[in-house]
Design a protein around this ligand. Structure first.
Ligand code: P1T
Length: 397
């Protein structure tokens, strides 16, 4: 496969740093432009009726989107990638491979918007979902029915950063002919590659680390299953929730620094998680890279770093959490994660508000829980910001 002009790779695959910059992006053959052109055309001239060249209409396929899709496939080690207008659009398109009467087992700790798709969009269409704590793979076995067609999970999970043993779950699924979808948004392909561990399809909100600059909403699906890839290609075009060429370009540009960014996100989050563990006003720190994380050993086995998100249970309740969040000066109080700038949010009131309150309580999404997305600012500045907000939460100003 040729990754770039003059760079033909015949043996072995280049490392992820090289793929991030070159995969799917050979120099433009017309002008030699080294950056991918943004092809805004909605339609393409055809030499004969119904005999297009490579592209005919930009919902079906577009050169800038194709470059992004090839790059995403290479990063995840898949053979086909599909880009969407959002992570939710990617999820909904994948779920349209199912039929009424089919059953999905989903991890119980997932993004609130994903829960809402299962609960309020796919449920009424006759596709039932069970929500299961997949930290113990045996629980999956108990939840399967003769109609289960798909297992869906996040690892690390949003917002509690729990892990699922991907290889163990993949083995259970494969034995029964059930597809496994892994939402790899929190880890990114730099820290975890689910297809290599046996997943059927990887899901991304490219809005997050993949783009990394909080200026695009996007999503992706990546697979090596050729039958599923054919179906996804059909559904991507038929449903039409595709991203604009401009957004595809921005995501491609963001990807070029993904490996570099992830290394710094992990280094800073590990440092801050350790400091937060001993800090006044902090009840508990959830971070897979900490030795105190219940699944730290699994994180060492299936990830190459604990990620850039830290979830913290503060002493006290909603009032303390609100004081903490509104006292931050460098962390911005906002939904989303994975950008160069640090963000903080309250899962119970914000990203996971669509999950019923009793289910949130069962999961451990408490009033005092806050989620931090550690950005690329100076770590001492971030620590000072957190210390100031912790003091404010305790009523010390
Ligand atoms: O926002 P969108 O691009 O549609 O992606 C949805 C999505 C899918 N999967 C995971 C793990 C996610 O975290 C998200 C979006 N999450 C947030 C906006 C958030 O702040 O958690």
């Amino acid at each position: 496969m040729c990754y770039a002009h003059g760079m033909s790779v015949t043996s072995g695959s280049p490392a992820i740093e090289t793929l991030a910059i070159h995969a799917g992006q050979p120099a433009d053959p017309t002008h030699g432009a080294v950056m991918q052109p943004i092809v805004l055309a909605s339609t393409f001239a055809q030499p004969e009726p119904a005999k297009p060249l490579r592209f005919d209409y930009s919902r079906s396929g577009n050169p800038t989107r194709a470059a992004l899709e090839q790059c995403l496939a290479a990063l995840e080690g898949g053979s086909a990638g599909f880009a969407f207008a959002s992570g939710c659009a990617a999820a909904t398109t994948l779920l349209h491979t199912l039929r009424p009467g089919d059953h999905v087992v989903s991890g119980d700790d997932v993004y609130g918007g994903t829960f809402r798709i299962f609960d309020k969009v796919m449920g009424p269409l006759g596709i039932a979902a069970s929500f299961v704590d997949l930290r113990q793979p045996e629980r999956l076995q108990a939840a399967l029915t003769s109609r289960t067609r798909l297992v869906w999970l996040e690892s690390p999970t949003n917002p509690l950063l729990r892990l699922v043993d991907l290889r163990a779950i993949a083995d259970l699924c494969r034995g029964r002919g059930i597809a496994l979808a892994v939402d790899n948004t929190f880890a990114s392909p730099v820290l975890q590659r689910p297809l290599e561990l046996g997943a059927t399809v990887v899901v991304h909100s490219t809005t997050k680390y993949i783009n990394g600059h909080s200026d695009v909403v996007g999503g992706a699906l990546i697979t090596s299953d050729t039958v599923l890839a054919e179906r996804l290609k059909f559904l991507q075009n038929a449903i039409g929730a595709v991203p604009s060429p401009m957004d595809c370009y921005l995501v491609l540009r963001g990807i070029k620094t993904l490996p570099l960014r992830m290394r710094q996100h992990v280094a800073a989050a590990t440092d801050l998680a350790r400091r937060l563990e001993g800090a006044k006003g902090v009840r508990r720190v959830h971070y897979p890279g900490l030795a105190s994380h219940a699944q730290h050993e699994l994180s060492l086995r299936q990830m190459s770093g604990g990620g850039g998100i830290i979830t913290v249970e503060l002493d006290g309740g909603l009032e303390q959490a609100k004081r903490f969040l509104t006292s931050l000066r460098i962390f911005t109080l906002a939904e989303s994660l994975g950008g160069v700038e640090s963000l903080a949010e309250h899962p119970g009131l914000m990203t996971h508000a669509s999950i019923p309150v009793n289910r949130r309580a069962e999961l451990g999404i408490t009033d005092g829980l806050v989620r931090l997305s550690v950005g690329l600012e100076n770590v001492e500045d971030l620590w000072n910001d957190l210390q100031g907000a912790l003091a404010a939460a305790r009523g010390v100003s």
